[in-house]
Write a protein that binds this ligand. Structure first.
Ligand code: MCF
Ligand code: FE
Length: 414
């Protein structure tokens, strides 16, 4: 413990105005940031603090990946891509094969997050297989026990969920926050969702929403793919009168609304008025399953905050967040230099806020989770753009003020 100062050639504050500080620094203690500013000035003002300056580096709040399925980390070519319907059918037939080899792949996926500079994750857990691994990992975890169960007899699914969630609640700590995910409208009976959400308080709630046209057709009573789906799998169909009835499950909640590819202005307005949503966009997953990317312009226009995530290897090529951010930079329908802050805030400040954490920005009172990357450009927007184009690996990662990954530099007394 004790006061510490970290500094670097370029400090990316990740505040809403996207400030960039040349030779910037942070003063921190006990896992929280105390002050942010010019590194040399911080050192003069706090002579008792131990300090380290990273010369050719970029200092930023550690990244957050607010939506990832670790349990499916072993998925390589078991699931079919190109249409949501084909994907879901392949999940139904092949998921047990993928889950069999989960453990080693989950460990690797955790290391990959750290290696990318990710400190916080929103982990969607369908079975609880990832709980012990994430609990033991250095990551800051919001652990979403995911509810699935379409049958009208809700008791068995409620009891099974309660057992899993009780195990997660036992793991609660400063770095492990149990929470609830309602999988999707097509897989969760509304009475089951209501019972879970009224029985257990969750700091934030996550849900997959309108990822596909098939789901919109189903919710608007047009049949389509889901018409025969339930009978084919020996399940009963959940029923909602409209997408709005599903959204009403989350009244007053801090909500991670994942995908929302087919959400209309009316849906977005409704959820904005009834809950506190952040739309979590997973660009590669959306391209692979639904064919296209989210229309960011539309979402910005609707005034809904956006964060970015990788989703799981179940619907992606890998779970490397820096790669996801670059793809977003190339593909979004927003001018490049407007997209850059939006993307970086979407994987820091907004992602952390969506997870209910006070992190993702270099500001007093925020979590002392820092990522340092090699940086050879000028400390300005162009420099940051070139950094993102090239960034492959974090140089050092600190979580809760402690070094956890990469090269370890000693702080020196002065
Ligand atoms: O986000 C993607 C695509 N949409 C829905 N679900 C999942 C995604 N990646 C993994 N899943 C899991 C989900 O958690 O697939 C299963 C659930 O366990 C689908 S329900 C049979
Ligand atoms: Fe997902």
């Amino acid at each position: 413990m004790g006061l510490k100062i970290l500094g670097a050639k370029c400090a990316l504050v990740c505040n809403p105005s996207f400030d960039i500080l040349p030779n910037g620094g942070v003063l921190f203690e006990g896992g929280r940031i105390l002050e942010v500013g010019d590194y040399a000035k911080l050192c003069t003002k706090h002579p008792s603090a131990k300090a380290h300056f990273y010369k050719n580096a970029l200092l930023m709040p550690a990244l957050a990946n607010p939506h990832i399925h670790f349990e499916f980390a072993g998925q390589k070519n078991n699931f079919s891509y190109g249409s949501f319907e084909g994907w879901l059918s392949s999940v139904m037939s092949n998921r047990s094969q993928v889950l069999k080899k989960a453990t080693a792949h989950m460990q690797k996926a955790v290391c990959e997050q750290l290696m990318q500079g990710v400190a916080s994750v929103g982990a969607i857990s369908s079975y609880g297989l990832d709980r012990p691994i994430l609990k033991e990992s250095p990551l800051r975890v919001v652990f979403f026990d995911e509810l699935i169960g379409a049958n009208a007899d809700i008791t068995p699914a409620f009891e099974a969920f309660s057992k899993r969630h009780a195990l997660s609640l036992e793991c609660q700590s400063a770095k492990f926050t149990p929470a609830i995910a309602i999988h999707a409208p097509y897989s969760v009976h509304k009475d089951l969702a209501k019972q879970v959400l009224s029985t257990y308080k969750s700091p934030v709630v996550s849900t997959h929403f309108l990822e596909s046209k098939a789901e919109l057709d189903f919710l608007e009573g047009r049949g389509g793919y889901f018409k025969d789906f339930y009978a084919k799998h020996g399940l009963s169909a959940p029923h909602y009168v409209s997408p709005l009835e599903f959204l009403d499950l989350f009244q007053g909640q801090k909500l991670l609304l994942v995908h929302a590819m087919f959400a209309t202005k009316v849906h977005l307005q409704h959820v904005k008025e009834s809950a506190h949503p952040t739309l979590i966009s997973c660009p590669r997953s959306n391209r692979l399953l639904s064919g296209k990317l989210l229309d960011f312009k539309q979402i910005n226009k609707a005034g809904v905050k956006i964060a970015l995530a990788t989703d799981g290897a179940s619907s992606n090529a890998n779970t490397l967040l820096l790669e996801e951010l670059r793809i977003a930079l190339f593909a979004l329908n927003v001018p490049l230099l407007e997209a850059l802050p939006q993307i970086l805030l979407g994987a820091t400040l907004r992602a952390s806020h969506a997870l209910g954490l006070q992190g993702g920005s270099l500001q007093a009172g925020f979590l002392a989770d820092f990522a340092l990357f090699g940086f050879n450009s000028q400390p300005n927007l162009q420099g940051v753009l070139h950094w993102l184009l090239q960034a492959r690996k974090v140089q050092s990662l600190y979580i809760g003020g402690e070094w956890v990954w990469g090269s370890k530099r000693g702080f020196k007394a002065r």
